[in-house]
Design a protein around this ligand. Structure first.
Ligand code: NAP
Length: 296
């Protein structure tokens, strides 16, 4: 129980399967689903094209919907959950935005390249990149298998390297709307605090924070900003399935004494992604954690 509790204090479930894609990762690079022209009338004239990785479920789905509700064009990336990705696309259209779903394995560079090509073919630009896709594969370091380490590093960290490189290439080719370029990386409080049983995940999420600061310094010339959001313990299907006693133990250590809601993470990402007031913010981390990371 001590181990499980420690993992949960890291703000997410403790099983790899809870985060694992529904199908093997080596799937075909892209699958597209198009909206019809009649559904575009509520999309803003100056709508930005926002690519959200891992947007079929959980926080990614909520982030995609928040952007869609704001009248943006959203690319819903997924690994294996095609039906869920299509549901997110439909919810975005119903809310007044536009969306397409694209299947791509974020830990595979060719798959990422193919996804970006599809985005440009369909929408002509890619202005906002939200790196949200993530998995866990927990275990104490002494027993951690190399694959457990590598899978978590590949999907949580290397994925961000691949997508950011493609995004910067587009910025170089002036494929972003002038001044619109924003990258938001989803890290975790665990990347700031560490967590027993999550050395791989903490290393990956800490790496995302370092990558964010470096990238903010590397590509300011065309107004591209790069920021990071660190969620704490957020209410999802996964955390809903935890025993009440474990939830209570975590919540007792959160200053605001409750779990976060996915839309609270979505709201912060939306601000950083499209709000004009965020144009002068770059290289920083924003916690949405009810005060969790300031400690008990
Ligand atoms: P989730 O519900 O398990 O969803 C994970 C998403 O990532 C799914 O859309 C999944 O797609 C996608 N994904 C997984 N592997 C992928 C791959 N190789 N390529 C492309 N997409 C892939 O997770 P979540 O709770 O929403 O977490 C989202 C992000 O927030 C993660 O980076 C996580 O580390 C971070 N975070 C979450 C919490 C929390 O309390 N929930 C706290 C801190 C940080 P499929 O559905 O197609 O498999």
């Amino acid at each position: 129980m001590k181990f499980v509790s420690a993992l949960i204090l890291g703000a997410f479930a403790s099983t790899a399967s809870a985060f694992a894609p529904a199908t093997p990762l080596n799937v075909a690079p892209t699958t597209r689903h198009y909206s019809s022209a009649s559904q575009l009338q509520m999309v803003a004239d100056d709508a930005k094209v926002c690519l959200v990785t891992g947007a079929s479920r959980g926080l990614g789905a909520s982030i995609a919907l928040e952007l869609g509700k704001a009248g943006q064009k959203v690319v819903v990336n997924y690994a294996g959950s095609e039906d869920k990705a299509n549901e997110v696309v439909e919810a975005i259209k119903a809310a007044g935005g536009d969306a397409i779903a694209i299947q791509a394995n974020c830990s595979d560079q060719d798959s990422i390249k193919a996804m970006f090509k599809t985005v440009i073919d369909e929408y002509g630009s890619c202005d906002v990149l939200v790196n949200n896709a993530g998995i866990t594969a927990d275990g104490l370091l002494m027993r951690m298998k190399p694959k457990q380490w590598q899978d978590v590093i590949d999907i949580n960290l290397t994925c961000v390297f691949y997508t950011t490189q493609e995004f910067f290439k587009l910025a170089s080719k002036k494929k972003l709307k002038e001044g619109a370029g924003r990258i938001i990386n989803i890290s975790s409080v665990v990347g700031q605090m560490g967590n027993e049983g999550q050395a791989n995940y903490a290393a990956a999420k800490g790496g995302v924070i370092g990558l964010t600061m470096s990238n903010a310094r590397e590509f300011p010339s065309r107004g591209v900003t790069v920021n990071c959001v660190c969620p704490g313990y957020i209410q999802t299907d996964m955390t809903d399935s935890l025993p009440d006693a474990v939830k209570d133990a975590v919540i007792s250590k959160i200053p605001l004494k409750r779990m976060g809601k996915p839309e609270e993470v979505g709201g912060m990402v939306k601000f950083l992604a499209i709000d004009p007031a965020a144009a002068y913010i770059t290289g920083h981390c924003f916690n949405v954690d009810g005060g969790m990371a300031i400690g008990a």
